[in-house]
Design a protein around this ligand. Structure first.
Ligand code: GLN
Length: 299
């Protein structure tokens, strides 16, 4: 811990907020970095009361804090990579540039999954789930908290991403999440016809769009987790094709996608011929964000 006076920190905050506005970033980000890297809380920041204290403990010294902030402003590094943490659902996940920063839309994917279990006779509370392309482990951990007796298989092709996901599972004491390194269903051979649900936030951005995303995303987030091939649907196509071999009858297929893809995803699911109750679900921004389907019950 490094100690700094409230006055000194207040000066830094003021300057940093001005720099944020000049760089077209929200000045609130200054407060987020301060909350992550110091003992000051939100109320203290909002009321300005921290400025009256003689001693404030920071996790890094003021020079380092400023260096991190410059990286935010100049290099557009996402704040979550600078602090190493991202709030998501009710936890604080560790993140690094090896994983996507988990998004608010994806928080909803877990709620959609919970609601989806009400429309199958399968006992999903105690079933085996797969989160394919788990990244930071966000979805797998969200499911594990929602279904504490279920087993969650978290798969990623990136070893570096899995290391982050494992760290998060340890931090949250989620010992029912199992980690597998490999491409989609490849490491789940033993679970053929045994899964009650597969969920995924796969890469779905068309390759040509990736460089046009905001610089935080295109310059700093892993393209492996974003780039879904020419039309963005390469991975979703694989998930549609492979899942029926792994799902139990009545199993859930739930995938995140981007605006404009819903029609094509429904068509892929319909053409595959082994899904029922295909639905598109909107996110809180009113975007068609999730595709949900079930494998037939066999009744
Ligand atoms: N939602 C992310 C973005 O817009 C992309 C995530 C993904 O490709 N799965 O940057």
């Amino acid at each position: 811990m490094k100690i700094v006076s409230g006055r000194r920190l207040e000066q830094w905050r003021k300057q940093a907020r001005q720099a944020a506005i000049a760089a077209d970033l929200s000045p609130d980000e200054v407060d987020w970095i301060l909350q992550d890297l110091s003992e000051i809380d939100r109320l203290d920041l909002r009321l300005g009361t921290f400025a009256d204290r003689d001693r404030i403990a920071l996790h890094v010294d003021l020079e380092e804090l400023d260096r991190l902030w410059q990286k935010r402003i100049r290099d557009r590094v996402p704040l979550q990579y600078l602090t190493g943490v991202a709030p998501w659902r009710n936890f604080e996940l560790s993140v690094s540039p090896d994983v996507l920063v988990p998004r608010p839309e994806t928080e909803e994917l877990v709620d959609v999954a919970i609601a989806a279990t009400r429309r199958t006779k399968l006992d999903c509370d105690r079933g085996i789930w797969a989160d394919l392309g788990t990244g930071s482990g966000a979805i797998a951990l969200g499911l594990s908290v929602a279904f504490p007796e279920a087993t969650i298989c978290a798969v990623d092709i990136s070893k570096a991403a899995l290391a982050v996901a494992r760290r998060n599972a340890e931090k949250l004491n989620c010992d029912r999440v199992q980690f597998y390194c490999g491409s989609w269903f490849e490491p789940l051979e033993q679970y053929r016809e045994k899964l009650c649900a597969i969920v995924s936030n796969p890469p779905y951005i068309p390759s040509g769009e990736v460089p046009k995303l905001q610089p935080e995303v295109s310059r700093h987030e892993p393209h492996l987790a974003l780039d879904g091939g020419e039309d963005g649907l390469n991975c979703i196509r694989q998930l549609v094709r492979m899942a029926p071999q792994y799902l139990q009858p009545g199993g859930i297929w739930l995938v995140e996608m981007m605006a404009g893809q819903a029609g094509n995803v429904v068509e892929l699911l319909e053409q595959q011929g082994s899904y029922r109750d295909i639905q598109i679900i909107k996110d809180m921004g009113n975007m068609e964000r999730f595709a949900l389907a079930y494998s037939p019950d066999g009744v």
